[in-house]
Design a binder for this molecule. Structure first.
Ligand SMILES: [Zn+2]
Length: 336
């Protein structure tokens, strides 16, 4: 076994709505003066590739790592149809509202045809300065209301406010945005985003900033009746989907073996983990060191770091030096 806990160089993306919060919050060395809206923490896409920053595989892209040892990395998980890593993890720093948008579910993507591709995502709020999000439509709102609002907006009116659910957010809040959910991230929010690696975004409104909108495609994708989400089986599980399972985990100081499931008491998620699921950690607070038998040097983990723990990692253990809070993202076994 040659895999070990991987850290990667962040890929920074300048956006009109970005800022420098990641430097302030996580001590990142951001390009000076640039409005950094996104940091791609774990990415395997033509538009952004994570490059390993530690250990014997330093300098390799996530894509080449997967080409060499997909089984050891993904375990029971599988790559995308294009042979790519099946998750995209980002940090976002929004200082202005992002466009109002929607992503297709599998059925809408099929109906729209290529290049439309299914996309689902979720948000964990890291900081909110009186920030808000828009998520889903208000009860009773339908396609006709959207068409009227789009027409009104073309005349310079802002007509979407009455149609959408606005939520004031705080650090620690989690929002699942299943494919088909109309959404926009508001100003004053820094968050971690976990998503399937697809670019298919249909913009409904750019709030008068003039970027292209994709009204007809968007209307085919929007779920006007928002689904009621079943309560999680386990308090720590923020969301469990066929593509990713996200848990918030707090680890007290001390040494922990990572191969043994922390909770021995059953549940499908624990069994998956015991069987060796590919896991990514997005560290929100604290610090520690991970060791395993494949590398001599321990891998440090601290606030703001994303670490990939391959499924086939050998005897990993974690020494927590300061209580760690993290988002644990696992890739479930794909049913075939
Ligand atoms: Zn989105």
């Amino acid at each position: 076994m040659s895999v070990y806990p991987y850290k990667f160089e962040p890929v920074y993306k300048e956006k009109i709505w970005g800022g420098q919060a990641l430097e302030r919050l996580f001590g990142r060395d951001l390009p000076a003066g640039e409005k950094i809206g996104e940091s791609w923490e774990l990415a395997d896409l033509p538009e952004g590739q994570s490059v390993v920053s530690n250990g014997p595989d330093a300098g390799k892209t996530l894509n080449s790592l997967l080409a060499e040892k997909a089984d050891e990395i993904l375990g029971p998980g599988v790559t995308t149809d294009e042979g790519r890593f099946p998750l995209l993890l980002k940090l976002l720093d929004a200082n202005d509202i992002l466009s109002l948008q929607v992503h297709p579910d599998e059925q809408s993507a099929d109906e729209l045809g290529p290049p439309a591709k299914f996309k689902t995502e979720c948000w964990y709020v890291l900081e909110s300065r009186d920030g808000y999000i828009l998520k889903g439509v208000k009860p009773g709102i339908g396609e006709e209301d959207f068409r009227k609002a789009i027409a009104a907006e073309a005349k310079g009116e802002n007509a979407f406010g009455d149609l959408l659910q606005r939520i004031d957010v705080s650090a620690g809040d989690f929002y699942h945005l299943p494919a088909g959910t109309v959404h926009a991230l508001g100003p004053g929010v820094v968050l971690a985003e976990i998503q399937t690696p697809s670019y298919t975004t249909y913009r409904i409104s750019d709030w008068g900033r003039g970027r292209e909108v994709h009204v007809e495609q968007a209307l085919k994708c929007i779920h006007f009746e928002s689904a009621v989400e079943p309560p999680g089986a386990d308090d720590n599980i923020l969301v469990s989907t066929p593509w990713f399972v996200v848990r918030r985990v707090v680890l007290a100081e001390g040494r922990k073996e990572l191969t043994a499931p922390r909770q021995a008491r059953g549940g499908p998620e624990q069994r998956r983990r015991a069987a060796g699921a590919c896991t990514a950690w997005m560290t929100l607070a604290g610090k520690g060191q991970i060791t395993c038998t494949s590398v001599k040097e321990p891998v440090s983990v601290r606030s703001g770091d994303t670490v990939l723990l391959p499924a086939g990692i050998n005897k990993p253990s974690l020494t927590v030096e300061e209580q760690i809070t993290l988002l644990e993202v696992t890739i479930p076994k794909t049913e075939s």
